[in-house]
Design a protein around this ligand. Sequence first.
Ligand code: CMC
Length: 424
Amino acid sequence: MSEATGKKAVLELDGKKIELPIYSGTLGPDVVDVKDVLASGHFTFDPGFMATASCESKITFIDGDKGILLHRGYPIDQLATQASYLETCYLLLNGELPTAAQKADFEVKVSQHTMVHDQVSRFYNGFRRDAHPMAIMVGVVGALSAFYHNNLDIEDVNHREITAIRLVAKIPTLAAWSYKYTVGQPFVYPRNDLSYAENFLYMMFATPADRDYKVNPVLAKAMDRIFTLHADHEQNASTSTVRLAGSTGANPYACIAAGISALWGPAHGGANEAVLKMLDEIGSVDNVAEFMEKVKRKEVKLMGFGHRVYKNFDPRAKVMKQTCDEVLAALGINDPQLQLAMELERIALSDPYFVERKLYPNVDFYSGIILKAIGIPTEMFTVIFALARTVGWISHWLEMHSGPYKIGRPRQLYTGETQRDIKR
Ligand code: CMC
């Protein structure tokens, strides 16, 4: 539990003073508990949750002004460069990095659950062949609910744990198949002798015609790092959606499907796809100045820029840029879109319009360029974000269900018609 500081905020409403308790966490601003405002007949009003903490959590901490992102206390750059994605998953789920034995055990557990029930593969046939892979993901992840009736007691800690493992293990299979289906290639089944990232790339790109398909280790390493950089991000829109859905007691697969839906929007995880589309539209460095004028006239947004929380820099973007340089160098790719991206970044970081608004590149600005270099098609970018974020979503869902919680039920400021009678 958070610590009561003994400090109180005093709010005066209709001439009456209400004392509101203040709590401290281990890091970050203190919070004012506004529950008692209700008794005075008022609600608090904070559209977009600009200043409202919706829960207590021990998983991830962000200091947006300083550009700090910690998972269970560890800085993201250390995790991205010194730990594997599965170690980061273990950390998010369990609170500590695994020992060597715990790591080996976790990897075996995950690899034992990478297959999906064969009937799941038939769901794919219900989608149009040109369906967006995110549309498929929303459907098939929700459909997993129908396969685990015997393990859906959310009060049972063992059921909760096996569900978390199943989700982390199966999501790459479902994601790779959402791509295979749309390109009309047969599904490739998981291989347990491969690492998590290798297995995903194998299921994406191997075909029955190319039996000896080998995953390039440079790409597997980059993929693993991209997964780590997306693993969790505290109470963002999709995680809050998972918590809100979970607060009703809905089953975890349905909650994760809700998270995938929330992630899809271009203001959130859909931004990585939108960045590449934007770079395509701009076309060349010569058109950057004109594009920036459009941004300033608010006709378009500079996708991959800005963040609700980061007002200095996004620490994930720093590692992503470094990974981008490494991957392009290792593959000998001289991508003109990287030049374009760097020119956009250069102008944005020096132009008062962006400086005043504290708009910096976010994680999605460079991820698209690396994903493209790896050979991932643009429509799959947000799916990869969803794959990697699944562990964050389920960690928050587990945290919520490991203690008391209330159904999430915001209030509103009603501005519609007052009561009236039908007159006929
Ligand atoms: N391009 C141009 N102007 C922008 C941008 C942008 N990308 N983002 C914010 N602004 C302006 C905005 O118009 C506003 O200007 P003014 O004060 O003149 O009205 C000001 O900056 C503040 O913006 P806001 O919309 O109040 O900020 P927000 O915290 O509500 O929105 C955001 C955050 C991420 C939704 C927004 O910055 C955005 O839409 N960015 C582009 C999409 C994107 O890259 N999203 C990925 C976020 S990182 C991945 C993830 O975790 O989801």
